[in-house]
Design a protein. Structure first.
Length: 202
C-alpha cells in the first residue's frame, strides 16, 4: 500500500499540469495506460473522461493486485482491466489491439529499451490516435538536488529533450510535440489518419 500512498502524494504535484495537457487529447474510445502502478490516476482518468475502456499494462504482478483492489473499491471494474507484461514486448502489444489514446506517467525512465517501446506503442495507436508520455525532465532542477535516493535515481535516469527527439527521428516519427515544465518533460505523438507506419531503425 506504500505505492498507493506515494502515488497520491505525487498526484498533488503534477495533477493540474497533467490534466491541463490531457484535456487536449481526451476522447471516447480505448485507452492504454503504461505503468499504471496502484491505479490512482487510472481511476481519475476514467471518471473524468469516460472512455469506453482503459487497459493498464504493468510489469509487476504485485502492483496489478494493488491496482485491481483499488479499482474494485472505486467501482470502475467494468471499464478498467490490467495486463501484466512489458512495453517492449511487441507480440503482447499487438495482442491487445489498437487504442485511441495511449498515455504513461513517470515510467519512461524505467523502460529498458525506450526505442522499441515507443515503436511498439506507435504501432498500437489507432489511426488518428494520440500518445502522451509524461516523465521527469533530466535537465530540470531536481537533477542537481540531493533528494531521496530512489527518487533521485529516477530523475537521473530520465531523458533530455534532445534524447527524445533522437528516438523519434530514428523511428521516423515526425508528428510530435515536446514540452518541458520545471521538473517534467512530456511529449505528444499523433498518428496520421492514413499512416505510413515507421519501421524501427537499428
Amino acid at each position: 500500500m506504500k505505492y498507493l500512498r506515494l502515488q497520491k502524494i505525487m498526484l498533488k504535484f503534477y495533477y493540474n499540469d497533467f490534466f491541463s495537457k490531457f484535456d487536449q487529447i481526451a476522447r471516447r474510445g480505448r485507452y492504454l495506460e503504461v505503468g499504471p502502478g496502484p491505479a490512482c490516476l487510472t481511476h481519475l482518468v476514467c471518471s473524468r473522461y469516460s472512455p469506453d475502456e482503459i487497459v493498464g499494462l504493468d510489469c509487476s504482478a504485485d502492483m496489478i493486485r494493488v491496482a485491481e483492489q483499488y479499482i474494485r473499491e472505486k467501482g470502475n471494474t467494468e471499464k478498467i482491466s490490467f495486463v501484466r507484461g512489458s512495453v517492449e514486448d511487441a507480440a503482447l502489444l499487438q495482442s491487445l489491439g489498437t487504442f485511441d489514446v495511449i498515455y504513461s506517467t513517470f515510467s519512461l525512465h524505467d523502460w529498458s529499451d525506450p526505442l522499441s517501446a515507443i515503436h511498439n506503442l506507435y504501432h498500437a495507436l489507432a489511426p488518428g490516435g494520440t500518445m502522451f508520455i509524461y516523465d521527469f525532465n533530466k535537465g530540470g532542477v531536481l537533477y542537481y538536488l540531493c533528494l531521496n535516493k530512489g527518487f533521485l535515481e529516477s530523475v537521473r535516469t530520465s531523458y533530455r529533450n534532445d534524447e527524445i527527439i533522437g528516438f523519434l527521428n530514428q523511428l521516423g516519427i515526425r508528428n510530435y510535440l515536446i514540452r518541458k515544465n520545471g521538473i517534467s518533460l512530456d511529449f505528444f505523438i499523433r498518428k496520421e489518419t492514413i499512416p505510413c507506419i515507421p519501421e524501427k531503425r537499428n
